[in-house]
Design a protein around this ligand. Structure first.
Ligand code: AMP
Ligand code: ZN
Length: 488
């Protein structure tokens, strides 16, 4: 398959380290608040890649982390070694413990993950469950001569790393990585680009001292380490956990495009400094951001929508899944509710047509060689779109062409079921949902259809409301056709 590699900045042919197997890691969420539809777009990219690789016959070892400690707010300014711990800050704000915050948002994340039918990794790993591994890796980095201790923590020594013949920041498109972050650098650092591997709770790594330290602002999450009491820097967890589960070198690493500037270059530096092996990861895959109404999505802008916000407006997670497929992962995708409504409508139409196919199953005829060729042709085009750097809009185009083609129903349905290994809509379950609709609702839908045919829209609206009261939603696909789905 052809895949764009951010490291070489080129589309490359994917060749795994071990034939037939792929090791893949996606940077997961920091669980201090709700996951947005922007975040989900990046996890959806991971899902598309895993599903495609599996469809191509690879065995995929998929690992994803949960950042439940130590991600500092200074990262917004380009320096992840400064500012407050996002989790501790959220805990103070919400009056809960840091652990409660992390487990609440982790559960919400798992729920959304399942609703979107994202392929779960073989291994979920939490930063707080892997403190020992992180400490061990920092130890290796320090022993190799690429780490040093100052008053507020242990830092990565980028100059020493480069002096040993390594390149720092190769992946980054950020010119500033070469001279350091936008914030005032800690003057004790040897180089402004150096970043924290381990942060101390108190200066020099000492313990809490009730005589000088404020008990109210005492950290909830802190651990002993050979350098002193503290907590891991944000970047170290991904290097340590990915190597633990996937080995010192593995195939693919996925994340949003923002991580290309510092988080991922730092992951590379740490991993390669600790093991001396290059490259740490062969293919770096980054997804472009989701925009909202043409601009940045942000909590302060009030447009950082969650899945629950979409559901409140009558959309399902599958509608969003379809919407994501309408854009190529390397291009920014603009979210609007109109765009989501179009996706929902397309998905509803697809559903109606597929349910009909299923009902026509008996229709199977002896296939002429012309139709058999067609099936192979559709499969080939579907595969080729996927293999061309995950061209999902083209994949959807092939699906629609297939649905509208003269391939016999049963064969069409079977091919769609096969494609659903990648599409992940749950096509195999579609019929049962249609059957769940009661006689009463069916009658109302039929009456509404009659009303629409005679253009009595007032009556049609009244019937729509009655259907809604019974917990169903009716959507008009064309002048004659409507589809009904359960309200979520
Ligand atoms: P965070 O929890 O902020 O570390 O983000 C988790 C993941 O979501 C990272 O891979 C980010 O790159 C990604 N991400 C954040 N905002 C967006 C967005 N608007 N569109 C796509 N991905 C995003
Ligand atoms: Zn990461």
């Amino acid at each position: 398959m052809e895949l764009f590699n951010s490291l070489s900045r080129k589309v490359e042919t994917f060749v795994p380290i071990t034939e037939g197997k792929v090791g893949m890691y996606t940077c997961g969420p920091t669980v201090y608040s709700f996951i947005t539809i922007g975040n989900w777009r990046t996890y959806f990219l991971g899902d598309m890649l895993v599903r495609t690789l599996k469809y191509l016959g690879y065995e995929v070892d998929y690992v994803m982390n949960i950042t439940d400690v130590g991600h500092l707010t200074g990262d917004n300014l380009g320096d992840a070694s400064t500012g407050d711990d996002r989790l501790e800050k959220a805990a103070q704000k919400e009056g809960k413990s840091a652990l409660e915050i992390a487990s609440f948002y982790t559960e919400d994340f798992y729920k959304g993950f399942a609703d979107l039918k994202l392929t779960p990794p073989k291994q979920w790993c939490k930063a707080t469950d892997h403190i020992a591994e992180q400490v061990e890796m920092i130890g290796k980095i320090v022993s190799a001569g690429f780490g040093y201790t100052i008053n507020d923590g242990v830092y990565f020594d980028t100059k020493a790393f480069e002096a040993a013949g390594n390149t720092y920041g190769e992946l980054s498109t950020l010119e500033s990585i070469k001279e350091g972050a936008r914030v005032e650098p800690n003057p004790d650092k040897k180089d402004p680009r150096d970043f924290a591997l381990w942060k101390f709770s108190y200066p020099g790594g000492r313990e809490f001292n009730p005589e000088v330290d404020d008990a109210a602002s005492r950290r909830q999450m802190e651990w002993e380490s050979p350098w002193g009491l503290g907590f891991p820097g944000w970047h170290i967890e991904c290097s340590a956990m990915s190597q633990k589960y996937l080995g010192e070198q593995f195939d693919i690493h996925v994340g949003g495009e923002d991580l290309k500037s510092t988080h991922h270059p730092n992951e590379i530096a740490q991993a390669e400094a600790a093991t001396g092996k290059k490259p740490f990861v062969r293919y770096w895959v980054h997804g472009a951001f989701l925009l909202v109404d043409g601009g940045r999505m942000g909590k302060s802008l009030g447009n950082a929508y969650r899945l629950a916000d979409l559901e409140e407006r009558g959309f399902s997670a599958m509608d969003l899944r379809y919407f994501y497929m309408t854009g190529h992962y390397r291009k920014q995708l603009n979210f609007t509710f109109d765009g989501l409504a179009s996706a929902a409508k397309a998905l509803a139409t697809l559903k109606t047509m597929v349910v009909k196919l299923k009902q026509n199953e008996a229709e199977r005829t002896v296939l002429s060689s012309e139709k058999l060729n067609k099936i192979d042709d559709f499969r080939e085009r579907f595969l080729s779109a996927l293999e061309t750097d995950l061209n999902m809009p083209e994949v959807l185009a092939v699906v629609w062409e297939l649905v509208k083609s003269n391939v016999p129903s049963k064969d069409k349905y079977e091919l769609l079921l096969e494609f659903d290994q990648v599409l992940g809509f749950g096509i195999g379950e579609w019929e049962e949902q249609a059957i769940e609709i009661s006689e009463e609702v069916r009658n109302l839908v039929e009456q509404r259809k009659q009303a629409r045919m005679v253009k009595d829209f007032g009556e049609a609206d009244r019937l729509r409301q009655m259907i809604a009261n019974l917990g169903y939603e009716v959507e008009d696909v064309s002048a004659e056709e409507s589809v009904v789905k359960r309200r979520t």
